[in-house]
Write a protein that binds this ligand. Sequence first.
Ligand code: GLV
Ligand code: MN
Ligand code: MN
Ligand code: MN
Length: 398
Amino acid sequence: MTASSLLEEISDVGRDPKRGGYSRHAFDAAEIELRAWFVERAGRLGLGVETDRNGNIWAWWGTPGPDAVVTGSHLDSVPGGGAFDGPLGVASALDAVEILQNKGFRPAKPFAVVVFAEEEGGRFGVPCLGSRLLTGTIDADKARGLRDPDGVTFAEAAAKSGLDPERVGRDSERLGLIGRFLELHVEQGRGLIDLGSPIAVGNTVIAHGRWRFSFQGQGNHAGATLIGDRRDPMIPAAETVLAVRKLAKATSDARATVGRLVPVPGGTNVIASTVDLWLDARVPGTATPELVAEIAKLAEEAAGQEGCRVEVTRESYSDDVIFDDALRRDLGTWLGGPPELPTGAGHDAAILAGFVPSGMLYVRNPTGISHSPEEFSEADDVDHGARALADILEKLST
Ligand code: GLV
Ligand code: MN
Ligand code: MN
Ligand code: MN
C-alpha cells in the first residue's frame, strides 16, 4: 500500500473532537490501536516484529544484526496535533519496504523499521522518551518517575502495557545494531514551499528544552479577597508569559513558547493556589540556558512582588545537532541535489545522531503549519517521499 493510503487507513484513530486534529499519547487507547495497526501491517510484509524494553517497536526485514539500516519515526502526537508528524515517517517506511520487495530486492544488511515511543512527550513531558531511553540519554529512574497529568507514572503505564519497568533504560545491545538511522518527516515550516521543492535533506536541529515554572500563592475567594490582600500566582505567571516573548525577541533566532499553563484548582471564582506553566525554549548554539535563566530571574521578581514563590525545574534539554556529514552528502547525491534545511523541531533522529550516523528527509507541507490540525502534505508528495526513501534504503542496505 502507498504511504498516502496507509495514512488514510489510520485517519480515524485518535481524533480529538474537543481540540480538533489528533491526540495520540503513549499507551493510550489511540496509540495502542496504532501500535496494533503497525504490527499488523508489518506482519503482512513478512517483517519480524518485537517491542523493545523501552516500548519502541522494531520490525525486522530478515534477521536482526549489526550495521543495520534502520528507518522510522513515531505514531504519537501532540495534543490536538496533525495527521503527519510521526505517522508520515512510519507509513513511508512501510511503503518503502513494499516497493523494494515488489521489485525483488533483498537487503544485504540487516534492515528494520522502528516506531519510537512518546516522541512528543505529550503524556509524560519529556520528548523523544523512547529514543532517549534506548540511548541512555535520560536516566532510567527519572523516566520511571515521570508523571502524566493524571499522576500516573511512566513505570505504571509501561507495566500496564506489558513492559517490565525495571528493565527500561539504556539498551546498548540494540543500539549497537544500528548502522545508520534515517527518519522521514513532514516539514514543519515553509522551507520547501518557498524553495519549490517536494523534499529536503535535514542538516541541523537547534538546541531545545522544556522547563516547568511552578508558582505558589494563596488560594482564596474571588469576591471576598481585596486586591491588596491577594497572593495570586496567576499574576507572576502572566508576567512571565510576557517576559518570555520580550526576552526571546531580544535574542537572535530564539524561539520561546508557553503553550501550557495550569491553574489549580482552576475555578472561575477562585484565586488559584498554584499555577504551573511550561516553557519551551530553543536557541541555536549554547544560548538557551542563558535565555531561560533571564526568564527565571524575571519570574522570581514578579513572584516576590505578589508574595508568591516560584520553583523552576528543567524537564529536558538537548544540544544543537548536526546530522552525519557523509550520510547527508550521500542523500543529497542520491536525490539529485535537493535543498538542505535546518529545523527548530526535535526528532528521534537528533537523539540517535549522538550515537550513530543519522539523517533526515523532510516532505513538503503546503500549509507550513505543524503541531496543529492544519499540518498537511499532498498525497503526491507523500508518495514521492516514500519512493525516494525506498531508493535510499536500497542503496544503504546493498
Ligand atoms: C517535537 O516535535 C518538538 O520539536 O517539540
Ligand atoms: Mn512533533
Ligand atoms: Mn515528529
Ligand atoms: Mn518531534
